[in-house]
Design a protein around this ligand. Sequence first.
Ligand SMILES: C[S@@+](CC[C@H](N)C(=O)[O-])C[C@H]1O[C@@H](n2cnc3c(N)ncnc32)[C@H](O)[C@@H]1O
Length: 308
Amino acid sequence: MGKARGRDRGLAGVRAGVRQRGGSEARSRREQAGSAARTARWLGPLGPGVVNFASVTTKDRENLLYQLRYAMRNPAKVPPYARRLARDTVLRLRNRDHVDYYRAVMKSDASRSAEAAVGSKSHARWLALGRMQFDYLVEHGLRPSDRMLEIGCGNLRAGRLFVDYLDAGNYYGLDISPDILIAAQQTLVEDGLQNKVPHLTPVRDLRFEFLPDAYFNVVHAHSVFSHSPLPVIEECFAHVGRVLAPRGFFDFTFDRTEGREHQVLREDFYYRTETLLKLAQRHGLRGRFMADWEKRPHGQSKIRLGHA
Ligand SMILES: C[S@@+](CC[C@H](N)C(=O)[O-])C[C@H]1O[C@@H](n2cnc3c(N)ncnc32)[C@H](O)[C@@H]1O
């Protein structure tokens, strides 16, 4: 339990040391402080005056003993966890394939709130998480002429800013959830972005077969692999190189562990950095850990891949 659900740890959630929708979205300040020391060893010092919000964990949230201890410390979280466990069990029994299952989870979540379905507890957090992604890429040289592919674009929390910034027609958003893509269309309407002619496409795999070779300068996946089993990530690595321009890059976030790799409710997945870097290498992609992302108040880590 504890890391029972969630999409994305939010700005306020991390700052206040409280969970945002439970799950992978937040850890207590105590966990953050402990993990910062472990991360500092891995990354080396980030420099004087830099606050390290780093997101590594060593906890195994799949472990029954961990779950029981967590439940005793946080009794108020037991009923919502039990409800989610019950719902997810039904959805898992009905949908054996991960993509079908996760699509059903998104359908159920989005029927209540699209913003909550992508992991934002409030509209303010939804705006802040979108802004954080956008600012980071612009600081890393995103230009209006770039062609961007966003994998798991959700309801355009960040996508709305990318669409607005990029030249017309240069934004492609993919998602496994038709429900969240309908919410994404609503975001475009609310922001008056129709003239930017963004592409929004539902997918059932990450093979990108309908997209052209060497087309995208920037591929972005925020809080998607934190909800993906390894075969889904490998499928993406196996095919993303084909659509990535020669000097393009692919940024993705993930829930990082330095302990045992594990998952909770088939919703939240924890990987070691080396696992993902080695997997990418096997598919001709060179990767690096983005230490500067760790300074942002977000609970996941980021890797950047390019052609080897
Ligand atoms: C936590 S939300 C994040 C959405 C968006 N990236 C953002 O930051 O607002 C994760 C999104 O990824 C989508 N997703 C999950 N697995 C996916 C997959 N294998 N392929 C494409 N989209 C996926 C979900 O449907 C959901 O919209």
